[in-house]
Write a protein that binds this ligand. Structure first.
Ligand code: BJW
Length: 239
């Protein structure tokens, strides 16, 4: 492990372009539940019943009750040392992009500004008719399901299964992953696409890929360094 950590640090020390890809595991030490695994959110809920456009069309109140509960859970939480380390990295490299699958907003709270939120943000709503996106931090929501001023239903501004990612955001992410010297992948099970394909893409383009995770994942076999451990403990050691 010490040797792997040294190799990773040396690569970062000479890197100009760094991309960091994060998943739910990075927020776990702040108290946000992950999705999969023994303690994950999907342990009690079936994704297709809550995180698909069909689920929302069938029962918007059920879906909003779940998001309202999650918003209440996340609202009082703070960034952890893993988030803080990633925020420091942004100031260390001439070219930097944080690509996060997390919707909790904790990276922004930690100080990152160059962020691509691949799966949206739980603190924003989108009008199902006009498409208007607005920040909304009400906890709990006064009305469930909430409605836009135009009368149409509001939905969480989140990318559900079967929905496309924002085209411009994803293009910037592809460019950052293809051009970076080092890609750090932290706290993701690497099973949800297209995010799960980014490590392979970066590796094929010549990047040095560092994975931080207490578990092995589908990308562990081909990354250059797998730092086995919690992101709140491993990421501060990298900077
Ligand atoms: C720690 C830790 C600590 C614990 N420190 N680590 C190619 C192949 C197969 C399928 C597809 C494909 N391309 C597209 C698909 C379909 C689908 C998909 O990927 N399905 C797979 C599950 C099979 N993808 C999509 O539908 C995407 N859309 C799309 O591709 O559009 C084009 C298209 C349209 C139509 C058909 C086909 C394609 C959209 C995906 C949207 C994902 N949205 C979700 C839910 C949002 C709802 C919400 O948040 O409310 O986003 S799914 C859920 O998973 C959430 C997460 O962002 C995402 C990733 O999860 P993540 O972050 O990796 O969390 P976990 O829980 O899985 O893992 C946690 C990890 O942390 C673990 O490894 C732990 O070990 C670790 N950990 N503690 C560090 N302290």
């Amino acid at each position: 492990m010490t040797q792997d950590l040294d190799v990773a640090k040396k690569r970062l020390a000479v890197a100009h372009r760094v991309t960091v890809l994060t998943g739910a595991g990075v927020s776990a030490e702040s108290g946000v539940p992950t999705f999969r695994g023994a303690e994950g959110l999907w342990r009690n809920f079936r994704p297709e019943e809550l995180a698909t456009p069909q689920a929302f069309a069938n029962d918007p109140k059920l879906v909003w009750d779940w998001y309202d509960w999650r918003r209440g859970l996340i609202a009082p939480l703070n960034p952890n040392p893993g988030h803080v380390a990633i925020a420091k990295m942004e100031g260390q490299f001439p070219e930097f992009l944080l690509v996060t699958q997390n919707v909790d907003g904790l990276h922004r709270l930690a100080g990152n500004k160059k962020i691509a939120e691949l799966h949206g943000n739980i603190w924003f709503t989108r009008c199902t008719d006009e498409g208007t996106i607005a920040e909304n931090r009400q906890v709990p929501m006064p009305e469930i399901p909430p409605r836009c001023r135009c009368g149409a239903l509001l939905r969480p501004h989140i990318v559900w299964f079967g929905e496309s990612l924002d085209y411009d955001v994803f293009q910037s992410v592809l460019s950052a992953c293809r051009a970076c010297d080092v890609l750090v992948v932290a706290g993701t099970s690497s099973v949800v696409h297209p995010a799960a394909s980014l490590a392979g893409m970066a590796k094929d383009s010549g990047a040095f890929v560092i994975e931080v995770n207490p578990e092995e994942t589908p990308i562990t076999d081909f990354v250059d360094v797998h730092l086995r451990g919690k992101s709140g403990e491993m990421l501060p050691l990298l900077i």
